[in-house]
Every structure is written in C-alpha cells, then in structure tokens.
Design a protein around this ligand. Sequence first.
Ligand code: ZN
Ligand code: ZN
Ligand code: ZN
Length: 540
Amino acid sequence: MKYLITLLLALVLATPSVAQEKKPKLVVGIVVDQMRYDYLTRFEDRFGDGGFKRMINEGFNCKNNHYNYIPTYTGPGHASVFTGTTPKTHGIIANNWYDKYEKKMVYCAEDDTVESVGTTSSDGKMSPQRMKTTTFADENRLFTQMRGKSIGISVKDRGAILPAGHSANAAYWFRGKSEGKFISSTYYMKDLPEWVKEFNNSKKIKSYLKEWNTLYKIDTYKESGSDLNDYERGFTGKKTATFPYDLKKLNRLNGGFDILKSTPYGNSIVADFAIEAIKNEALGKDEYTDVLTVSFSSTDYIGHNFGVNSKEIEDTYLRLDKDLERIFKALDRRVGKGNYTVFLTSDHGAVNVPSYLKSVKIPSGYLNNGEAKEQLKAFMVNKFKAEDLIENVSNNQIFLNREKIKSLGLDLVEVQETIVNEIINYKHVYKVFSAHALSTNEYTTGIEALLHNGFNQKRSGDILIIPDPAYISYSLTGSTHGSGLNYDTHVPLLFFGKGIKHGETYKKTVIPDIAPTISALLGISFPNGASGQPLEFVLE
Ligand code: ZN
Ligand code: ZN
Ligand code: ZN
C-alpha cells in the first residue's frame, strides 16, 4: 500500500501541470532589421518551404502590422517589440539622442559603469540601463524565479541587449575590425562561456570572408532594379556596386570583419551562433520556459548601402530564408516540433531611395539641414536678441538652452511656439509641434498620435519636426528610415508553433501588441509599461 501511494505520488509529480503543458518550452523572438512588409510578398515565390513560408503556412500572418510612433529607428524598435510599449514609456527615444541633463549625445545601449568581455575594445561597454521598463523576457525571469533563461543575440549590440531585457542571463553581439567574434559585457558575466570562446576560436567566422555572389543566376532576379544604377553606394575599393563582391580582398579597406555586417553572411553568422546557443545553453530543455531573442542586422546595413530596390536586397532575403530554415530545423531537433513558439517582425521598414523615386516622378527628396539651421539661427538672433538659444538639433528635434531662456527672462512656451510658427514655413516641413503641445494634449489619431507615442517628456526635445513624405536627411545613395509613414511603419508579424493558430488577418495590429500576446501565451505578467493588447485571434 505504502509502495502504491509512493508510486502514485511520483506519477503525479512527474506529470507536468496543465498550465505547463500549454506553455512552450522556448520562445524565440526574431527581429529582421529594416524588413518592410512587402519583402514577404515581393520575394515569396522564391522562398523555400522551411523559412518564412513555414511560418506563414503553419502559423499566423498579421498582414497589417505597424509601428505606432515616430521615430522608427533600431533602438526604439527593438525596445518596443519586447516591452510592448513605445518610446513615450520605455524611454528609448532614438539610437543616439541629446541628453538634456548630461548636456551631451548619449547612445541607447552605452554604459560606462561596465566593462567589455571578450574584447580589449570598448565595444562591450553596454547594457540596457537606459530602457525604463521591462521586456516580456524580464517578466518570464521573474515569473519562473529566474529559472527560465533569457539570451539575446545580434550583430548590433542594441539588437541583442534591449530585447533580452534587464535581467537577461546573457546578450552577445558582433565585434568586427580585426577581431571578428561575439562579445558581451560585465553587466552579464565576468568571462565568455566556453562554447562562445570555442565558436570565436573556430575558423567559422573567417570562412565567410569569401566571395558574395548571387545565390541563383542574377538574370533570374526579377524583383529588383538593375544591379548597376545610381542609387547604390557599394564598398570602398570596388568601382561599381555590382556582383560579385570579393570580401577577402575588400575587407581590408572596409573595416576588416566589419564588412561581413553589410553582407548576408552577417545573418548567417548570427544563425550559426544562435544554433550553438540553443544547443549549449540547453534552451527549451526543462519545464521552465526560456526566451531566445535573435536580431538579424545585416538586412539593415545592406538596405542603407544598396537601397530597397536593389539586387543585393533581393539576394539577402533569399539567403536569410535559408538561415531561418536552419534555425527552425535546429529547434525541431533540439526542442522538438510543437514545443516552441516563434515570432518574427522587424524594427522598422525603409523608404525607397528618394533619388530613384524622383526618377519615376514620385514626390521625394533630400532635406538641407545646414541651410535650415542657418535660417533659424538668424531668426532667433533677430527675434530674441540672443545667440545660442538652441543647444542641439538631432533626430528632427530642437533642444533649447533652458537656462539661457530663463536668464533672459523669456517664457519657454512662448519661445517654443514662436519657433513652431517660424519653422512651419521652411521647405519640406510638413508639421511642427512644441513639447508644450505634446505634454498638454492627448493626440489619438493620425501622425500626431505617432509623434505623441514617441514623445518622452523627460528626454525629448522642445520642438519636434515632421518632414514631407519621402524627404530624408541622407546620402543620395541607399535607403533609410525614421518616419511615421507606411514605408517605415508597415512590417511583418508572423507567429508559429506552440499555442498559435493557423490563419491571417488584415485587421490592424501594432508593435506593442506583441509582448502582451507572448505574455498571455505564457500566463505571465505583462511587461510593466505595456500599452498593447494581446492578439486573441492568434492564440489557440
Ligand atoms: Zn534597425
Ligand atoms: Zn548593385
Ligand atoms: Zn537602419
């Protein structure tokens, strides 16, 4: 009898609870840097069954998914996906911004109080300390009494650090130059784990310093413009931005291993490293859900260099599809089909190269910031009889010298409104708002609402400017991003795996919905500043 009770008790204890059974053992959050929604449809015919299409065919496709704030940059994007809110709340208002209190430009992931791990350079002096709220990975750590792991991986430091959150076990990012390896910071660890050292010491990364040619014959690439055109920058040391690119030769003039960031191989290295992490960190092996965040950055570098419509972009996505397939296969093998959940999105889209758009008569162009600055400076001297009232201009925002305004006995709100009324007359300015207006009004629709969601009263500037559609401050070659227009806000959102329905929707979803959806799936607290809603129709 006693034996039987012990046996029954053992059986009960060994059987996972209903709650545990419903939960994935591993959540993988994938961000593809600068992936416009239409890349999914533009290159669809050539994707294999195991990558993007597997997510679409087995999972849920949110086809009308958008960023709901300005500015659409990498730091804010990664923070928003994983915290479920916008810069207004999480505080990552740009990649670099002017700090009013420190009186200098700061970087979203920098941290002078920590040291580099795995490199003698300062590239490891990073942490998520400037992000004000928790990610769903943080909430999972708290919920599981720190038993569930969270690990972030990317070529870019901010792409690894912000998603994994404050309480992450590790974040790894790529150090180029003469080193070519994954590094971290003392925020997470004293020394790199053995498996990371082994990966870094293997010949793997160096083996990618080879030729970059198209995956298939170039004349079969129909979803892009001609390889040779006026809208691409290319690499130093090669006259034309045309295939093939000999990276072994070109790397010396293009930052050594840094050149890999601007090729599809940067994504392959991240996939290789993520697969090693899944194996060596035993992710998804015990009953406590783990979180792995993977951000592919090379898509962004390539977009900035060659533009939205390039052959290089087409090739990059066909190759990324293969890298995704490798990751999903590794997950099937290590964690088991149906035991894990994956979502894939992007941190922002990108505008077609304005000089190309112009050539096909679409309104677009380039902003002359120097000229506008001079004009404003002259206006300020004339109007207020004072110089240096403007402390900084960055990210389409103006920061005023508040001490000077006070000492001159001027009214801050009046100065702000005077500048608004001046700048609105400048060329290619669509709208201008003062910090006062954004702090005292609640904007709920249109571009005003996007600006409002990106406005952090403590960190943002005194004046916020919205340029005309497709007008950018950028070189005449390559694409960029940052606006609240559809080319920058509309990005893919795919879910697949444990707990996810099969389907698709054109119902509008916004980026801050992702983290509450994953939190609902896991039955954990929503990130502390989350403003989005769980996407019920996605969950089983
Ligand atoms: Zn980005
Ligand atoms: Zn080209
Ligand atoms: Zn970018």
